[in-house]
Design a protein around this ligand. Structure first.
Ligand SMILES: C[S@@+](CC[C@H](N)C(=O)[O-])C[C@H]1O[C@@H](n2cnc3c(N)ncnc32)[C@H](O)[C@@H]1O
Length: 294
């Protein structure tokens, strides 16, 4: 694959569709980025903020999802081979291929370390593109919820690969890990900027069918996160759904409410579906929580 002459400090769109992803709102967060030399995105998902901002001297993206980890690592270190795998599947998306990866090869999605890295990477990428809203959530009790709902997500492969070249360029030199977020705080200093975008609070109290992520939190998980972040010397920015419970976890930090339209987060009514609409936009109220002065 050809070298890309690309300014890695410029914004690039995340190549993933990700539930709760911040690609569309990253520029709204920019005024709140503090000065820093070390950047850590500890619940990376689609890593929209990392891809939007200037690179710091040192950069680290982390997520507990092994499939996602494999994807980022393959794009950083094995782009040519990964591109060949994508080209080999360069026929319109198919239900059969989806089922093969989502169910027959399910064990790959929970692999640890770098075993079967490229296979896991293409599996995750394909599922992420071809499931509605990028919701690659597997529930053994409700297999029917993970289905081939966005076939058009696997088209124009060469265009996707051209974009992945920029993504790969920006990922060079970035540390990529698959750990619990609490293990990414070690060694942080006052020059470190940690961005934490945990699973939504409402996900922990809502119905299991509302699950957006394979790796999610219970209510205690949100309390643990607040404790870990309060004991960290870094500059920390947390983004959350805006509710009293979240505000009470960070009573002493600055609260900045933000509003934007989400799309694809909520399923549409039967009537909309009949009219061919798959997504609806709703206004969401989110909260940025900062432990530093702007
Ligand atoms: C709200 S999403 C992040 C979205 C991301 N900011 C974006 O723009 O795409 C939350 C992420 O946290 C990850 N996660 C859940 N529990 C975790 C944990 N204990 N440690 C690290 N990551 C975790 C999930 O896999 C999910 O990708």
């Amino acid at each position: 694959m050809q070298e890309t002459l690309f300014d890695v400090h410029r914004p690039v769109r995340s190549p993933l569709r990700y539930p709760g992803g911040k690609t569309r709102v990253a520029r709204r967060f920019a005024p709140y980025f503090p000065e820093h030399t070390d950047y850590r995105e500890v619940f990376a998902g689609g890593a929209a903020i990392f891809f939007y901002k200037r690179k710091a001297e040192t950069n680290w993206i982390n997520d507990l999802h092994p499939g996602l980890y494999a994807f980022w690592k393959a794009v950083r270190d094995h782009l040519d081979e990964f591109a060949e795998l994508c080209r080999a599947e360069d026929t319109p998306g198919s239900q059969q291929r989806f089922n093969h990866w989502a169910f027959d090869q399910r064990h790959l999605m929970v692999c640890r370390g770098d075993e079967h890295l490229l296979e896991r990477a293409i599996q995750f990428y394909y599922l992420n593109r071809t499931v509605w809203g990028g919701r690659v959530v597997f529930d053994p009790d409700r297999k029917s919820r993970l289905y081939f709902s966005n076939p058009e997500g696997w088209t124009r492969i060469e265009k996707k690969l051209a974009h992945l070249r920029k993504v790969s360029a920006k990922l060079q030199g970035v540390e990529i890990t698959c750990r619990d977020y609490a293990e990414c705080i070690d060694g942080a200093t006052a020059d470190t900027f940690i961005y934490a975008d945990p699973p939504y609070y409402r996900e922990s109290t809502g119905h299991a069918t509302d699950k957006l992520y394979d790796k999610s939190f219970d209510v205690g998980g949100h309390h643990r996160l607040a404790e870990v972040l309060h004991n960290c010397p870094a500059k920390v920015m947390v983004s959350y759904d805006d509710c009293d419970e979240v505000r009470e976890l960070y009573p002493d930090w600055h609260h900045e409410p933000l509003q934007w339209k989400y799309s694809g987060t909520y399923a549409v009514s039967k009537e909309d579906k009949a009219n061919g609409r798959k997504e609806k936009k709703v206004t969401g109220q989110e909260l940025l929580i900062l432990n530093y002065e702007m």
